[in-house]
Design a protein around this ligand. Structure first.
Ligand code: PLP
Length: 392
């Protein structure tokens, strides 16, 4: 779509542009580090050493405790599928080996506001029923209600998957550490989707109960095609694919060493300005929301009453306006945002996440997600507000 105006990208929760420094670094890595890390000769040894070094750098940058191991995947979707399906299939085969019987009907603890990478995976697994911890209208998960749900379950809970922060509303799971500790006492492994969370200025709340934590490069100005799973060495799971011994056999296939190293380079950039970026993101969020409330006093900002929300997103409903139409109008005036929804058969459905929070269809239908990153300028927010005002 063509417009004379400079485009303003406010969809950083969907993906981000690649940092120019990383484009240059990537070219260097592609030129110099092309060996196969499984080869025993010089080129292979160099690639292997740098791959291991990248894992160590990620471990240090994110203050990952020693009990975890780093795995690279192509996307967070692949990593989450491997972990979720892998834990279930490990438990199934263990049961078969030990008692020559099938794993009885089991529950998988989660929420209905997870990203499709988790939500759909749980729905599609054989012999697994989802057990959803309730989410309130502000997008908040109550740890006490989750505890009650687990205590009263009459069927075994095979594992749990809960996001660290919601990609659509930005609501942070403030009680993640307590929930993880509790699930640990029940021997329920917890897989955390940290895709929306990492790089937004908040430290990962490590706990004995977090069995795995996943994030994706492309939300952090790193190219697409790489994600990281930080996995407790005690977690047992089967791989999704079978093949060579790469990634401790959990993700067979020749490693993309240049891109894997680039994740460590990209995280270095993220962490170098973590505090500064956090303040910048909060400033953009409060400026955007307060100005938007002046322009259009009837707006509803989802998750605003939650105790803790990411500073990189505002999910806003414009009552009486079709979100789909507004999204198209925004695109025509050079603003990229999102309707926060899945695109099915060419039509934009209202967001499952907002619907499951208990909002009315009208509010869900009129919602737009605006999201930004450390590279977004305040002047871009100003210009976006001007253009948006002209459409309301
Ligand atoms: N989880 C969350 C919260 C996301 O926002 C996304 C992507 O938008 C994913 C998982 C999937 O990540 P990927 O695109 O790397 O598969």
């Amino acid at each position: 779509m063509k417009t004379d105006k400079k485009r303003i990208y406010l969809d950083a929760h969907a993906t981000t542009s690649v940092d120019p420094f990383l484009i240059q670094k990537y070219a260097e890595h592609l030129e110099k580090i092309w060996g196969n890390p499984s080869s025993v000769h010089y080129e292979g040894r160099i690639a292997k050493a740098l791959l291991l070094d990248a894992k160590r750098r990620i471990q240090t940058l994110l203050q990952v405790p020693k009990r975890y191991e780093i795995f690279f995947f192509s996307t967070a979707t692949e990593a989450l599928n491997t972990l979720l399906q892998g834990v279930v299939s490990y438990k199934k085969s263990k049961k078969k080996r030990e008692s020559h019987s099938e794993l009885a009907r089991s529950l998988f603890l989660s929420t209905e506001v997870e990203h499709a990478a988790v939500y759909e995976t749980i729905c599609k697994m054989d012999d697994i029923e989802p057990l959803y911890a309730p989410i309130d209208i502000d997008g908040v998960l109550s740890k006490n209600r989750l505890f009650d749900l687990v205590e009263s379950a009459s069927v075994p809970i095979v594992a749990a998957s809960i996001m660290a922060a919601n990609n659509e509303t930005g609501v942070v799971t403030s009680d993640l550490q307590d929930i993880a500790d509790f699930l640990h006492t029940k021997s329920i492994p917890l897989i955390v989707d940290g895709v929306a969370f990492v790089g937004r200025g908040i430290d990962i709340p490590w706990s004995e109960g977090i069995s795995a934590f996943v994030f994706s490069g492309h939300k952090l100005h790193i190219p697409k095609g790489v994600a990281v799973a930080i996995v407790d060495k005690r977690l047992r799971f089967q791989p999704l694919f079978f093949g060579g011994p790469q990634e401790s056999t959990k993700r067979p296939g020749t490693e993309n060493v240049p891109l894997d190293i680039l994740v460590a380079d990209g995280l270095e950039l993220v962490m170098a300005s973590h505090q500064k970026d956090r303040e910048h993101l909060y400033e953009l969020q409060s400026y955007f929301e307060s100005r938007l409330e002046e322009i259009c006093p009837s707006i509803v900002i989802h998750g605003k009453k939650a105790p803790h929300r990411l500073p990189s997103v505002s999910n806003v409903s414009f009552p009486g306006v079709s979100g789909e139409d507004l999204l198209i109008q925004l695109d025509l005036v050079g603003i990229s945002a999102s309707h926060g929804s899945a695109c099915s058969s060419g039509s934009l459905e209202p967001s499952r996440v907002l619907m499951k929070m208990g909002l009315t269809y009208e509010l869900c239908d009129s919602s737009i997600r605006f999201s930004w990153s450390r590279r977004t300028q305040k002047s871009e927010i100003d210009e976006a507000l001007l253009r948006l005002k002209s459409l309301l």
